[in-house]
Design a protein around this ligand. Structure first.
Ligand code: ZN
Length: 294
């Protein structure tokens, strides 16, 4: 089973949704660091959730889910782009006591959802307190506040697989013709029959067939998902430019090079003194300008 995102609409029920199951990508991301089991599970659930949420976007871009400021878990970040690129990371908080459950890990934290369009467009960020007994519930609370559309989010993860199912009532009649007034209730009842073990073990297409085989369903082309970082030598160079020449050169003093490692993917970028001096050279004259006439 490849890692894929399946988006769909159930026109008769007035519901849209998405199902996802991430195995190879989840393992690759959580195995990069020695996460505690509870943190790895939560990171997997956040990765699955970021994919489910990108399925509802009307534009190309990226969506991130961040858990910030909890005492036990300093930061958890999961991102999915509309091209299906995943990345994620977690960092410990001030509390050194090991925490495993969602409530202990996220106590006093915030849930931050950020949408960033690829082209020009408004970046949107929504922030709500991290509440509930699991991440799906916290996200449902977020949707209730921000979009005011009834939404169910089921998530599950273990050390091998992360998976999820999202159902959301379409606004108004949904534009697909007559809608069963009891459609949302029917969809919710069906979702309630899905146990975490089934989410983890079942191919999303099979799961959707089991749940919704007796109502019409419109499927989008499944989106393959895979880990891919956005880091690059150019981005690291921009960071060094912002830090400034003196500070960047100071980083080279001891070992002869400044070594910057990407926290997400572990890739290492090395800059020696000459590389750094080159970053701070004035830009070459633009083509077609007076210099090119010489
Ligand atoms: Zn990277």
């Amino acid at each position: 089973m490849d890692d894929r995102l399946h988006a769909f609409v159930l026109p008769e029920l007035g519901v849209r949704g998405a199902a996802v199951r991430i195995a190879a990508g989840h393992r690759e991301i959580v195995e990069r660091q020695p996460y505690a089991a509870g943190v790895a599970r939560l990171l997997g659930e956040a990765l699955a959730a970021s994919a489910l949420l990108i399925a509802g976007l009307k534009f190309n871009g990226r969506l991130s889910i961040q858990l910030q400021g909890a005492r036990a878990l300093g930061l958890l970040y999961a991102e999915c782009t509309s091209a299906g690129h995943l990345r994620g990371i977690a960092r410990g908080g001030e509390d050194s006591a090991p925490a495993d459950g969602f409530a202990e890990l996220t106590r006093d934290g915030l849930l931050v959802i950020t949408l960033e369009p690829e082209d020009k467009g408004e970046r949107y960020q929504g922030v709500v307190p991290l509440e509930g007994t699991h991440l799906g519930e916290a996200l449902e609370g977020y949707f209730a506040q921000s979009e005011q559309l009834p939404t169910r989010v089921l998530l599950a993860a273990d050390e091998h697989v992360a998976a999820g199912l999202l159902l959301q009532r379409l606004p108004g009649e949904g534009g697909f013709g007559p809608v069963d007034p009891d459609g949302w209730n029917r969809a919710e009842h069906l979702a309630a029959t899905v146990a975490p073990a089934e989410l983890l073990s079942c191919d999303p297409e099979l799961l959707l067939h089991r749940l919704f085989h007796d109502v019409p369903r419109i499927d989008a082309e499944p989106l393959p998902l895979y880990p891919r970082c956005r880091c690059s030598r150019e981005k690291v160079a921009d960071v060094l430019r912002r830090i400034g020449r003196e500070e960047s050169l100071a980083a080279v003093q001891q070992s002869g090079e400044a070594v910057v490692t990407c926290e997400f993917c572990g890739k290492t970028y090395r800059f020696d003194r000459i590389d750094i001096e080159a970053l701070f050279l004035p830009p070459p004259p633009a083509e077609g300008g007076p210099a090119s006439l010489q």
